[in-house]
Design a binder for this molecule. Structure first.
Ligand SMILES: [Fe+2]
Ligand SMILES: [Fe+2]
Length: 482
């Protein structure tokens, strides 16, 4: 059962062939998905062979198969992690009851909303990144971008499967709406703010993959604990794919930092922009931006919605089953950062309503580990500099700090001071223009743009100079895939 049948039109490990109605509904959705992919997926390159991995089983070991694929021919499918025999709900009022195989009627609307909100982020990121192929720093990076893109497409499939299989007509309508919203569109925007921001350049892309995709990892991890078993199993397999997206972001920034350090040493200056690099101060400003907009994705610090999701058994904590408390949290408290009278302080709040903040804390700790590894690169070059996560109150649009001006080092400042410092704290038009000026494509195998170091190793044991995307087109193929 772990292996996936690729002879079917929709590869799957959920016995789709045995449910004719569902199969037919998904087969009707499939061409609409492909239309969306052609219209909103990576611009150009659709007719090129890309060295991509495809899921061939859901075993944690060895699920991936690498081959040359034209993106529109990618075998998007439906893969759920293996069922856990006798799985019970691990938290909330239904703790200890058998996990639900069908949607409980009283939680139908809430579950659908959770699935739609998650599902909406997947095509959104493909849309945000669709122009990046034109300015790739290397073939290696181009492949990684497309790998992330096709897998976000598959994550959309994962959520659409749940909507079609478990939510009847309104599920089907939601599945269609997922193909109709557009990132950044004023009439039909994507649901969450960060997914309507532009991803205009590769520095932003790496920051997005590190910070914003990582929000996705934590949301999926919380949904993987769900008492609704199909959602849990879907998210568990999505997390194995997500690990590569985290890698692309972390390693991408690490390679930018490395190149910057090399230029700093070579030219004995921190201002490496004039040598075709990206100053650490500029990297810090991009980091400040992407971290702060990603923090907003976790929602308000105090949230009765979050409490209700948990109590109902729909959305757990990160690593819920590894925790040793009562998994009810009715009496427990949790420390929450807030501001009072112009000072930032920590207050104990009921743990149930503080669950967003708790998930955000797990996320922040994970981000910090990545920043530490970037700083180790700087240290290895013997340079006295450091990247830092800004304070969680900095540049926030949602929650306790939304109406305040907080500096990156965590002081509540006046609006005037904030404005005076903005150019030191957030990417400036000059930063953006400089980064944009570096975005000239490099597509010779083994060659890399001057602002980023090559990776330590290639993908799937291939050499770094491997031809990860075949740009040469044989006669008659051009234009076949739009
Ligand atoms: Fe995803
Ligand atoms: Fe992702």
């Amino acid at each position: 059962m772990a292996r996936v049948d690729y002879t079917e039109r929709i590869p799957n490990n959920v016995s789709l062939a045995e449910n004719r109605r569902l199969l037919r509904a998904l087969e009707e959705w499939q061409p609409r998905y492909l239309d969306w992919w052609r219209e909103m997926g990576p611009e150009g390159f659709q007719a090129r062979d890309v060295y991509l991995r495809t899921a061939i089983s859901v075993d944690p070991q060895g699920w991936a198969h690498f081959d040359w694929v034209k993106m529109p021919d990618y075998r998007w499918g439906i893969f759920l992690a293996e069922p856990e025999r006798g799985r019970t709900i691990a938290f909330g009022d239904n703790k200890g009851a058998p996990a639900w195989q069908d949607v409980p009627g009283e939680h139908r609307g809430t579950l659908r909303r959770l699935i739609v909100t998650q599902g909406d982020t997947e095509p959104a990121s493909v849309e945000q990144q669709r122009h990046l192929g034109r300015t790739t720093p290397s073939l290696y990076d181009l492949r990684n971008l497309f790998q992330v893109n096709v897998e976000e497409g598959r994550h959309l499939w994962a959520m659409v499967y749940l909507l079609h299989a478990h939510f009847g007509r309104d599920g089907r309508e939601e599945a269609d709406a997922l193909l109709q919203r557009r990132s950044g569109d004023s009439d039909k925007p994507r649901i969450l703010g960060a997914f309507n921001e532009r991803t205009p350049d590769w520095l932003s892309f790496f920051m997005f993959s590190f910070f914003t995709d990582r929000d996705g990892k934590y949301q999926l991890a919380a949904l993987a604990e769900s008492g609704f078993d199909p959602l849990s199993r879907t998210c568990r397999f999505m997390l194995t794919e997500e690990a590569h997206h985290m890698f692309v972001g972390e390693a991408g920034i690490s390679r930018v930092v490395q190149k910057t350090c090399e230029l700093m040493r070579e030219h004995k200056t921190a201002e490496v922009s004039r040598y075709g690099g990206i100053d650490l101060a500029m990297i810090q400003r991009y980091l400040n931006f992407h971290f702060s907009v990603s923090l907003d994705l976790f929602g308000s610090e105090i949230s009765t919605n979050a409490a209700n999701f948990y109590t109902a058994g729909l959305k757990g904590r990160f690593e819920e089953t590894k925790k040793t408390d009562d998994h009810l949290l009715r009496e427990a408290t949790y420390p929450v950062t807030c501001a009072e009278g112009g000072r930032i302080k920590v207050a104990e709040e009921p743990a149930l309503t503080a669950l967003n903040e708790r998930l955000r804390d797990d996320y922040v700790a994970d981000c910090q580990r990545g920043v530490d590894r970037w700083n180790a690169v700087i240290k290895r070059h013997g340079l006295d500099a450091e990247l830092r996560l800004p304070h969680r109150g900095f540049h926030r649009a949602i929650g306790n700090f939304a109406d305040l001006h907080v500096s990156p080092d965590g002081r509540v400042v006046s609006a005037a001071e904030w404005e005076a410092q903005r150019a030191a704290w957030l990417p400036t038009p000059a930063d953006q223009a400089h980064v944009a000026s570096l975005m000239t494509p490099v597509v010779e195998p083994g060659k890399f743009a001057g602002w980023i170091a090559p990776p330590a190793r290639g993908i799937n044991s291939q050499p770094v100079e491997f031809e990860y995307v075949k740009l040469s087109v044989r006669a008659g193929e051009e234009g076949r895939h739009g």
